[in-house]
Design a protein around this ligand. Structure first.
Ligand code: PLP
Length: 452
């Protein structure tokens, strides 16, 4: 009706006037305004301020893992807020929920990843992991181990350290935001990580960088078990195990960024569980609260903490909202629901439905190729001619066009267009059911027909 339409217009104008958006083309946004103004959500569905319903095919930013409208999470927040506004974790102070959550995380994570450092999100978690890794080496008497090796196409966030480790170079080039001592290795070059120097890809792989820089200068290797924003890339079999071995060989710390893959997204509780690898430090955020509250964490092996406690120094790092009581209470309830309702098993079961749907799309539509899914982390690619490997001209913005077609049909997906790739990511909430996955596939099917 007229009043909601006017409200939408009014909000769009105010947005353009007063609101600078993250990771958004500034000029285009200033001219066009927001594509959607979201008002409410339930399950995998969201509504805009006009009351139009959309399927949230990405769990927003791969984080609303229990879906929208989970009253139990709202209740947990409300109860905690009513009881205690905030409590600092600085100067050794503690509070109940932070302690309970740290213990819970220790039980969920693999191996002896039993010690938790809290942050308010993924970028802060990665910056914290890098600084903690450097501090570990300093206390251990190897202060020259300062270098961090990340992977090409990795995404680790946008604070300075996280940006520096990020391998999607536009994030660094934007304002020359790359700190010294960060390196990028080729992703997924399995053979060379296994130590095969005859591999033509050897140059620029992790091992090559370690050898060139000198292992005694490397603090840590950081990688996502599955690369998310860079294009949903799964490691080839043996890759993560090979990186683990390489780190052990040179005494380098292995950091896995589970900000997307943590808490069930890949059909296991953590991404590394798919390959039975235990990192030295793991960073988490997003799914820890299903996006209902802002929380992140670095979860480290006891051996890291056992080294740190040898020093009398103050750990000069932390955030006011490290382990906010409300966020911790929401996380505890979120983890309780994930276990109680077998959410991780649902993600694994829905992987099969999603894969079947993607196979159908690949067979029916000549432009669709490289379909893939692990749990509810999935993608497909568009090529002008997959058989000959001919890509669309980058100026054609193929992936964007298809995502726009989906949006017109009330399905929200997202693109990864990088280096000539046209990748479309799919990552619905982990509570999605068979019918809903089939609806998502059906909308993509119609959108592809319109696109072609
Ligand atoms: N690491 C990964 C793998 C991510 O996908 C993201 C965000 O998308 C981040 C880190 C950064 O997290 P945040 O945006 O909460 O700082």
């Amino acid at each position: 009706n007229l009043s909601t339409k006017n409200r939408m217009k009014e909000l769009a104008e105010l947005d353009k006037k007063h609101y600078l958006h993250p990771t958004t083309p500034v000029k285009a946004h200033f001219e066009q305004g927001p594509p959607i103004i979201v008002s409410e959500g339930k399950g995998i569905y969201i509504k805009d301020v006009n009351g139009e319903e959309y399927i949230d095919g990405m769990s927003m930013l791969w984080n609303v893992n229990l879906g929208h409208g989970q009253k139990e999470l709202a209740q947990a927040a409300q109860e905690q807020m009513s009881k205690l506004a905030y409590s600092s974790s600085f100067f050794g102070n503690s509070h109940e929920r932070a302690i309970e959550l740290a213990e819970k995380l220790a039980t969920l994570t693999p191996g002896d990843l039993n010690v938790v450092f809290y942050t308010s999100g993924g970028s802060e978690s990665n910056d914290s992991a890098f600084k903690l890794a450097r501090y570990y080496w300093k206390v251990k008497g190897e202060p020259n181990r300062t270098k961090i090796i990340g992977l090409e196409r990795a995404y680790h966030g946008t604070t300075l350290g996280a940006t520096s480790a990020t391998g999607m170079t536009e994030f660094q080039n934007f304002v020359n935001a790359k700190a010294p001592d960060f390196f990028h290795a080729k992703a997924h070059q399995t053979n060379c990580e296994l130590g095969d120097k005859s591999d033509p890809n050897y140059e620029g792989c992790i091992r090559d960088i370690v050898e060139k820089e000198g292992p005694e200068t490397i603090a840590a290797v950081v990688l996502e078990p599955v690369q998310g924003a860079g294009g949903v890339f799964f490691p080839p079999e043996g890759y993560l195990q090979a990186v683990r071995k390489l780190c052990d060989e040179f005494g380098i710390l292995m950091i896995t960024d589970e900000v997307i893959t943590g808490f069930g997204r890949t059909g296991k509780m953590f991404g590394v569980n798919n390959w039975d690898v235990v990192p030295d430090l793991m960073t988490v955020a997003k799914g820890i609260t299903s996006g209902y509250s802002q929380l992140g964490a670095v979860i480290m092996k006891e051996k890291i903490r056992d080294e740190l406690v040898k020093s009398d120094d103050v750990l000069f790092h932390g955030f006011t909202y490290s382990g906010h009581p409300t966020a911790c209470a929401v996380a505890l309830k979120n983890l309780e629901i994930i276990e109680r309702d077998n959410i991780v098993a649902n993600a694994k079961n829905m992987e099969a439905v999603l894969k079947e749907g993607l196979k159908y799309l690949e067979e029916k539509h000549k432009t669709v190729t490289k379909t893939r899914a692990l749990g509810l982390l999935a993608a497909f690619e568009l090529y002008e001619d997959p058989e000959s490997g001919k890509r669309f001209d980058p100026s054609f913005l193929a992936a964007h066009k298809l995502v726009d077609e989906c949006f017109d049909r009330k399905l929200i997906l997202r693109t990864a267009e990088w280096d000539g790739d046209n990748i479309i990511a799919i990552a619905p909430a982990l509570i999605v059911n068979k019918q809903e996955v089939e609806n998502i596939i059906s909308i993509i099917d119609d959108s592809l027909t319109a696109f072609e």
